[in-house]
Design a protein around this ligand. Structure first.
Ligand SMILES: [Zn+2]
Length: 302
């Protein structure tokens, strides 16, 4: 445990420093996960939900929490080992309600094979590891480290609320929905982000973060069918050439994606996308508060 804490701390700070510097050099199109705006919005709005005095401190760190919200995706461009932290292919592990998946990573490695986890995805254990590290940072009075960890936590938690980050069929290839990942989480979100009106942001009760996190992932997984169905409906009537534009992924020029497809996709899945961002925001604030309270609700620095 001690080694984990120290190793995590050093690695996180080093990596964050290096890759924050690189953020400005990368084209926006290289982002993965929810679009840039969505991650920033989740981390920023979560600050508004915090009680004092934690809320006062985080409010002052808000630009930093927002700026670091996409750092994890930037790291991913350069560190192959970072990728599995952003997803979990649940089909390899268990069907919802995910009761048989060990909540401790070591136990999961034992059950499923240590070499398999980096292939199948490690998102929940990564979220839980950061939550514990955040509690430790609060306990140790290391507030700068806490802010870095809190920002990262927001990123991974939001990724977990993107249904296609929970499945082996993450880009719809298995079901004739090739390209849906990027179309839903980036193209559609960017096109309609001005319509987003956060709602119902109430902090859920956290009794055991592990149980909460796995329940949230099971919930997210439950939306995959609706998402793929909406994509299929949006594709009906398109020409071969139009269909080909849907599979270009991150290299696509959004202007080439047929409006009729994006309009139908948004009509069917826009509310789901916004709801998942609302949930990410409230649940992130709740995990921050949980870690802070578990650390004894320490007084932040002035
Ligand atoms: Zn991500």
């Amino acid at each position: 445990m001690g080694m984990f804490r120290c190793g995590y701390r050093r690695r996180t700070l080093l990596i964050t420093t290096v890759f924050t510097a690189l953020v400005v050099c990368l084209p926006v199109t290289s982002l993965l996960g929810w679009g840039f705006q969505a991650h920033r919005e989740v981390n920023g709005r979560a600050v508004d939900l915090l009680p004092a005095p934690l809320g006062d401190y985080f409010q002052r760190q808000r630009p930093w929490l927002v700026a670091l919200s996409t750092d994890a995706d930037q790291r991913r461009q350069f560190l192959p080992a970072e990728a599995p932290n952003h997803y979990i292919d649940l089909e390899y592990y268990d069907a919802p309600p995910l009761d048989s998946i060990p909540r401790e990573r070591k136990a999961a490695e034992k059950k499923f094979g240590k070499d398999n986890l980096p292939e199948w995805g490690t998102l929940p254990w990564h979220i839980l590891g950061i939550t514990r590290a955040l509690k430790d940072a609060f306990e140790d009075g290391e507030w700068e480290r806490a802010v870095v960890l809190a920002a990262d936590l927001g990123h991974y938690l939001a990724d977990g609320h993107m249904p296609l980050h929970t499945t082996i069929n993450y880009n719809g290839k298995q079901t004739g929905n090739d390209g849906i990942h990027h179309l839903f989480e980036t193209t559609m979100i960017r096109r309609h982000f001005d319509d987003y009106r956060p709602a119902g942001l109430e902090l859920p009760a956290i009794t055991d973060p592990a149980e909460n996190v796995f329940a949230w992932l099971a919930e997210s997984y439950g939306y995959i069918g609706a998402l793929l169905a909406a994509d299929s409906a949006g594709r009906t009537g398109l020409t071969e050439a139009q269909l080909a534009t849907l599979t270009q992924g991150y290299s696509a020029d959004p202007a080439t994606i047929p409006d009729s497809y994006l309009d139908r996709l948004y009509e069917a899945t826009g509310p789901l996308a916004w709801r998942q961002l609302d949930r990410s925001t409230a649940r992130l604030a709740a995990l921050w508060v949980w870690a802070w309270e578990q650390a004894g609700s320490p007084q932040p620095p002035d």
